[in-house]
Design a binder for this molecule. Structure first.
Ligand code: ASP
Length: 453
């Protein structure tokens, strides 16, 4: 199989949710013989009903409290009966009964919750005539250290390279004793990338219910456009700021192995989606160089000022130790000669901890001024083509000024892949719109035949 093209496809919960969409998935899978490894999620929401994974969480609660899941499991079973009616009641009854029984006997949260993916993959394999390989055989977790990437890669390489046309459940694996262990929610994306990396796939197709990655937030900007191609660097900068379409941990194996990723829409397979690769040829000097506009509200800024900070070697280290002690992660750390600012997502720090933190830093650093400023937002222009292009920051600042937005912080690193402005939360939407109009709306004007600049 080594010389042939191979594609790993992952289909999310909405794609696996009902009989029509599963029919679409089968068509997509069979329309290209290179699609040899299929990873699936549990059925997602359908007709206002719950996701199967959420129903299974309820089943677990029932088992914990009463020893069985007689109340909720019938709703789980009904979802699969609807979708896979074509398999006949014998196989459905037998499989569903044995899964319920195993759940009740195990009483383990991870085992119960993982059964959505297990059943989805098992039945989809039967429907399509593909083989079934249980993720418990492929993905290895260590009892104490969590996910074991190296061991998983070894097992997947050995087990999958010589095979193909198989369906694998997403979201879970097992530890050395065979106990099922799940990833965090949305973890089937990770399974897909691990398989893609191990089999050296030509491409990892992540099939979902959107046309691709948008160049701005559609709740703020009217009809933003799908980005047709971008780099992993750009995706990382965009996804941590809220443009996420994939589980963030799913990117690591792909970046390491330089496996291209395509985000595609199961419901509109005729559209190309977004292609993400490790590097892309630089474009010509036309256009703004900006790929997307992203941002996030809900930051607190820890501001510490101490005259002479630059000459005292240990001030920042002491502040960092206090942050580490309280387990507080921050996302940016702009500084000046006598001051340093830490941008901390609101959810990382409670009011109580804020006060304790400030007290602790006062004691250890004796600053001239220390404050926690809330209701802060950041807006960012992202683009690999911004590098070495003159005037991008100038245009950004002018656009924000014209829109009446006060820039309270400005961050750009040597990579020149993004420029971030810190603004008051209440000016966030205005800032995003101003930057979109400045850098991306021009694409449309060019498309319509107007020259810009
Ligand atoms: N079914 C799980 C969830 O709902 C995992 C996944 O879909 O990736 O989060």
């Amino acid at each position: 199989m080594d010389n042939e093209r191979s594609v790993v496809c992952k289909f999310g919960g909405t794609s696996m949710a009902d009989v029509e969409s599963v029919g679409r998935v089968e068509k997509i899978v069979k329309s290209d013989p290179a699609r040899k490894y299929i990873v699936v999620s549990a059925p997602g929401k359908c007709n206002g009903g719950a996701k199967v994974t959420d129903l299974l969480i309820q089943c677990f609660e029932e088992i914990k409290n009463g020893g069985n899941c007689d109340r909720t499991f019938p709703s789980v079973a009904a979802r699969y009966r609807d979708i896979y009616d074509c398999l006949g009641s014998d196989i459905l009854d037998k499989t569903l009964f044995s899964v319920k029984d195993a759940m009740e006997k195990s009483g383990q949260y991870d085992f119960c919750v993982s059964r959505g993916e297990y059943l989805s993959a098992y039945f989809f394999a039967l429907k399509t005539g593909f083989g079934f390989v249980d993720a418990a055989e492929l993905l290895r977790f260590d009892k104490y250290d969590g996910f074991n990437a190296a061991e998983t890669d070894k097992i997947c390489k050995k087990r999958l390279r010589e095979t193909g046309y198989i369906v694998i459940p997403g979201f879970y694996g097992s530890d050395e004793n065979g106990n099922i262990v799940i990833f965090s929610r949305g973890g089937s994306d990770i399974t897909g990338s691990l398989v893609a990396a191990a089999v050296k796939a030509d491409i990892y197709e992540n099939w979902t219910d959107v046309d691709g990655i948008l160049n701005a937030d559609p709740r703020i900007v009217q009809s933003p456009e799908i980005i047709s191609s971008m780099t992993y660097g750009e995706l990382r900068e965009m996804s941590y700021l809220g443009a996420a379409v994939m589980h963030p941990d799913a990117l690591v194996p792909l970046i390491k192995t330089r496996t291209p990723l395509a985000v595609r829409n199961t419901f509109r397979p005729e559209t190309e989606g977004t292609l993400i690769t490790s590097c892309l040829k630089e474009r010509s000097e036309t256009g703004s160089g900006v790929t997307g506009i992203v941002g996030k509200k809900g930051f607190s800024v820890l501001f510490v000022h101490k005259t002479g900070m630059n000459a005292q070697k240990n001030v920042v280290r002491k502040i960092l130790s206090v942050l580490e002690y309280y387990g507080i992660g921050f996302e940016h750390m702009p500084s000046s000669i006598d001051a340093v600012n830490f941008l901390i997502p609101k959810e990382n720090v409670s009011e109580e901890v804020k006060a304790a933190l400030v007290d602790e830093i006062k004691k250890s650093v004796r600053p001239d001024d220390i404050r926690m400023v809330d209701n802060f937002a950041i807006v960012s222009i992202v683009g690999r083509n911004m590098r070495s292009r003159l005037g991008v920051a100038g245009r950004m600042c002018t656009a924000l000024a014209k829109a009446g937005v006060n820039i309270r912080m400005l961050i750009q690193g040597l990579r020149e892949i993004n420029i971030i402005a810190g603004v008051d939360e209440r000016q966030y939407e205005t800032a995003v719109r101003a930057l979109y109009d400045e850098f991306l709306a021009e694409k449309r004007r060019i498309k319509r035949g107007f020259r810009y600049l």
